[in-house]
Design a binder for this molecule. Sequence first.
Ligand SMILES: Nc1nc2c(c(=O)[nH]1)N[C@H]1C(S)=C(S)[C@@H](COP(=O)(O)O)O[C@H]1N2
Ligand SMILES: [Mo]
Length: 541
Amino acid sequence: MPVVSTFRSGPHRTAVGATAGLLAAFAALAVAELVAGLVRPAAGPVTVVGGAVIDRTPTPVKDFAVRTFGEDDKTVLRLGILAVLALFAAALGIIALRRRWAGPGGVLLFGFIGAVAAASRPDAQGAGDVLPSLAGAAAGALALHVMREQAVRGATAQDAADGPDGSGEDVGGGGTGGGRNRRGFLVAAGATAAVATTGGLLGRYVSGRRARGAVASREGLVLPAPASPAPPVPRGVSLPVPGITPYTTPNADFYRVDTALVVPKVDAGAWRLRVHGKGVARPRTFGLDDLLARPLIERDITLTCVSNEVGGPYAGNARWLGVRLDDLLAECGVVPPSRGGGADQLVARSVDGMTLGSPVEDVMDGRDAMLAVGMNGEPLPFDHGFPVRMLVPGLYGYVSACKWIEDIELTTFDAYDPYWVERKWARKAPVKTQSRIDTPKPFARIAAGTVTVAGVAWAQHRGITRVQIRVDDGPWQDADLAVRNTTDTWRQWSHRWPAAPGGHRITVRATDATGSVQTERRAPTVPDGATGRHSVFVTVT
Ligand SMILES: Nc1nc2c(c(=O)[nH]1)N[C@H]1C(S)=C(S)[C@@H](COP(=O)(O)O)O[C@H]1N2
Ligand SMILES: [Mo]
């Protein structure tokens, strides 16, 4: 029995339909990404749907994703979207064999969903946003239609030869022989695959070329020397303990937390920052050269994420170079609330539509709040906000550290809730006093004798004055503190522990310069940062 006759039913028919559906989806995505590369990289369908999913994901699920997949969470999301899409595509292809318009109609529906998702992204700019999804859907629908006609024709032709059947809507020009029309389907499928592959490669090339402009602008950027350099890091800030977190976090190791599925590649030459809003007597727009022409400050600042669990990894310390934000705001006429200003919230907006709100009072109280351009001696890496990001020592990243910033609006906490606040996080979030045991690692097996327990503690803008260790339910013992650099950075600590055989739990707690001791009470990360004490279990042999 010739293979083509099974196009009508059975496993072969299913395979043909699924193949057509998958290839059509591949073509649709490739064309969409190519068009996105040409008009707007952030408007690719997987990116916009992913962004919409991220924005709508309940905070506990988001937290779970971050906990489980860490910084791979976005790759997992992308793969998830592609897997769901593949399932629908295969199903559509199979249905399409029966119902002529179901396949293309379904593809167009998906394109429409993509277009709506794109148009409703917070950074949507206009027609360019819907174009990629619509163009992709048109290409996918056409490809599916052609493949479907060829497949059905092959089957019908063979049926005509085999005898009457007459099920479904399957109609097509018959009479030419199944073998020839099976070739027809294979040719259509092959052509779709070829076009899709070419489109995909071209799309990669096009978006790559766009990014290369931004990369060149970063490579060409020469950072001026700071007018106010950070004093050299005191020698004693780093303890010679293997396994302890380094005092300064290299850029490549610095944690990354953001909602960007595609890291924005902003061309430094085209970058602008607008400062405006309530009580801004002199609204202004700055270019990067305007910022670099100002006196720059250089500061060591530890950044931490509100999503960091007790003992978690989302904290890093770098030497930042930037422009004082209080001076810049004062020039624009901004007055802090304590001196009669009407705006109490500064909303920073990024090129990817993220919004973060900081208290104007904190930004202008004399601390080293800055618009940073440099990180550890080089221009900001793209992952960390190139060309400019905000930093406010003492506040969690989500209320202060806007990356890829392009807009600062002065407003009030009453009038506006930024992104994370709309998602149940607190309006105000100063960093909570925390400490972490870096070594020994949880569940380590170690030899009895003197064991060095060590880690870091932070209470940005207050400073750490004491760290204590406790083994099992024993007394709290003072750990040795590394030399203090500034109150805005974390502090290493270590303690020599005479470890006796058995299972032990080591717990750490820190005290900040206000005298308050890190609480033992456990609180989740939502709404304003986790509390509790880090402990590790070890087995001494
Ligand atoms: N544009 C933008 N800026 C952002 C975010 C974001 O999602 N988008 N996340 C914030 C959060 S929650 C944190 S903790 C810091 C993290 O900065 P990093 O990735 O450089 O460590 O960036 C902040 N700035
Ligand atoms: Mo964060």
